[in-house]
Design a protein around this ligand. Structure first.
Ligand SMILES: Cc1ncc(COP(=O)(O)O)c(C=O)c1O
Length: 398
């Protein structure tokens, strides 16, 4: 082996199949041990996101006759057929880079919500826009503030940016405690993250609560209103649609991943003051979101029939689940989202339940990573999937 080859192998030694390099391998392994020195402490201590089991993993491990994936708050109805067709049509342009400005989509969203294109940004999922926010606005000495038991994506982003993240407990009924969050604001606080409805609890805060909260937030603090589940909640009487306020220090995030069923394409958007948007655009990777994602989002916006069916399925499936759980004395938290959180006596019971359901092909989400070890989240599925959940549940003889 020449020196040159040995060098390049050394760099990627840990990926090399055992034995393929003979004696050189020992040196490779020794050298790669030190690579963690490159990693700053805030990344070294970062806990990686652990996704739920995939359908393929469940088939491999348990081979149940049927599988219902009710673990990841995805849209079990699928997506608009028009969006699929738009993706296929977009393949004719796939050799070209996407439109970096998402011009047509941003114009379309601006028209729909009665704002200017300059107030709209698109990203790779709403989490992509969240990532931009954490890259754009923090100085190293500044901090973020949110609640316990909320969307882990934001926690990971703040931690990976290396800023301090302070968290305020939820109320006893699993809601954001906006008074406590406002009281926790300090001079270093730069961004407050609120998910409404929240994930994993499915709870929401009201218009009155939001208005009272906003009065206490200084202008130099940016409030992220994560409304990933907006479409399921918007008809709730006292739900605060943050777009109606147009507060200068609030950015509203929404997504095509949930009610529109396009999670796999990664496309979401944000609405805010044009100075916030123009600075985010400077930091954005120029070519996200992708061409198929932009095309699908445009088509999905025009298919109001699919959106209606998708929201209706969740509303009726949620009521069906409430009735089912109530009849069996299972404690659950009322939700305005596409999932319902059940609360068990203890962690052991929650773990046993999730595992037993998995063996029957029903994939659910336990919530220790959210600090709720005795809770299990159930995504609302199709009527068929809900029937599968129910029959599997009853077979357990709880
Ligand atoms: C509250 C909340 N925000 C954002 C996201 C991520 O959405 P997207 O797929 O648009 O990145 C999720 C996904 O589960 C979520 O629950």
């Amino acid at each position: 082996m020449t020196n040159g080859v040995a060098h390049s192998v050394t760099m990627f030694g840990s990926y090399t199949p055992n034995g393929a390099l003979g004696d050189d391998l020992a040196m490779v392994k020794l050298r790669s041990k030190n690579m963690s020195m490159l990693v700053p402490a805030h990344i070294r201590t970062l806990k990686p996101y652990i996704a739920g089991k995939t359908i393929e993993e469940v088939v491999r491990e348990y081979n149940p006759p049927r599988i219902s994936k009710l673990a990841s708050n995805e849209n079990r109805l699928g997506c608009s057929p028009d969006a699929k067709e738009a993706v296929i049509r977009s393949m004719d342009q796939i050799m070209n880079y996407p439109d970096p400005a998402s011009k047509v989509l941003r114009e379309r969203l601006a028209r729909q919500f009665g704002i200017k294109t300059e107030n709209v940004i698109t990203g790779s999922g709403s989490e992509g826009v969240m990532a931009l926010i954490t890259r754009t606005f923090f100085l190293d000495t500044e901090e973020a503030l949110t609640a316990d038991a909320t969307f882990i994506g934001f926690v990971v982003l703040a931690n990976s940016r290396g800023v301090k993240l302070r968290r305020v407990p939820l109320t006893e009924d699993y809601r954001f405690d906006l008074d406590a969050i406002a009281a926790a604001i300090r001079p270093e606080t730069k961004v407050i993250y609120l998910a409404n409805p929240n994930n994993p609890t499915g709870t929401y805060f009201t218009r009155d609560q939001f208005e009272a909260f906003h009065k206490k937030v200084p202008d130099h603090v940016l409030v992220i209103m994560d409304e990933a589940y907006f479409e399921y909640a918007r008809d709730v009487e006292d739900y605060p649609d943050s777009m109606k306020y147009r507060f200068d220090n609030v950015i509203t995030l929404r997504t095509f991943s949930k009610a529109y069923g396009l999670a796999g394409l990664r496309i979401g958007y944000g609405f805010a003051h044009e100075e916030i948007i123009s600075n985010l655009i400077k930091v954005k990777l120029p070519f996200e979101p992708s061409t198929p994602a932009q095309a699908a989002a445009l088509a999905a916006l025009d298919d109001s029939g699919f959106l209606e069916r998708s929201v209706k399925m969740v509303h009726s499936g949620r009521q069906r689940l409430y009735d089912f759980l109530s009849a069996r004395n299972v404690h659950y938290v009322e939700s305005v989202s596409n999932s319902v959180m059940t609360v068990f006596e203890n962690e052991k019971k929650a773990e046993w339940f999730t595992d037993a359901m998995l063996r029957k092909g029903v994939i659910l989400r336990r919530l220790p990573a959210f600090g709720l070890p005795n809770c299990v989240r159930i995504t609302i599925g199709t009527p068929d999937e809900m029937e599968h959940f129910e029959s599997a549940f009853d077979e357990l003889g709880l």
